[in-house]
Write a new protein. Structure first.
Length: 109
């Protein structure tokens, strides 16, 4: 999911060209500063993956209009720590990664 970052020299130009496709633009920020830069590019959503609570709060302090999605190391146990003002979406991978299989069969006779 990060390969595109290796080929982009000018993020602002890349977003401008991507907007011509008229599709939602969701970009991941690696730091609170990157989140602030993305906020100024008027994209549809900023993804903050594996942010500490401290860095999440720093990022939220600078982002006022763009919806925020948080993910990475979030579980049903700690979700309340991430459910704060400014967070629009919370992704929890553990609900699909760590499941027990149930054997269900349907027999038609």
């Amino acid at each position: 999911k990060e390969n595109h970052l290796k080929i982009i020299d000018d993020l602002e130009d890349f977003v401008r060209r991507a907007k011509k496709l008229r599709k939602p633009i969701i970009a991941e920020a690696k730091t609170p500063h990157e989140a602030s830069v993305l906020e100024n590019l008027d994209i549809d959503r900023i993804l903050l993956d594996n942010f500490s609570i401290a860095n999440l709060k720093k990022a939220l302090a600078t982002i006022k209009k763009t919806p925020i999605e948080v993910s990475g190391n979030i579980s049903l146990v700690n979700i309340n720590k991430y459910a704060m003002k400014g967070v629009s979406f919370i992704s929890i991978g553990s609900i699909t990664k760590n499941i027990d299989v149930i054997d269900i069969s349907l027999l038609i006779q």
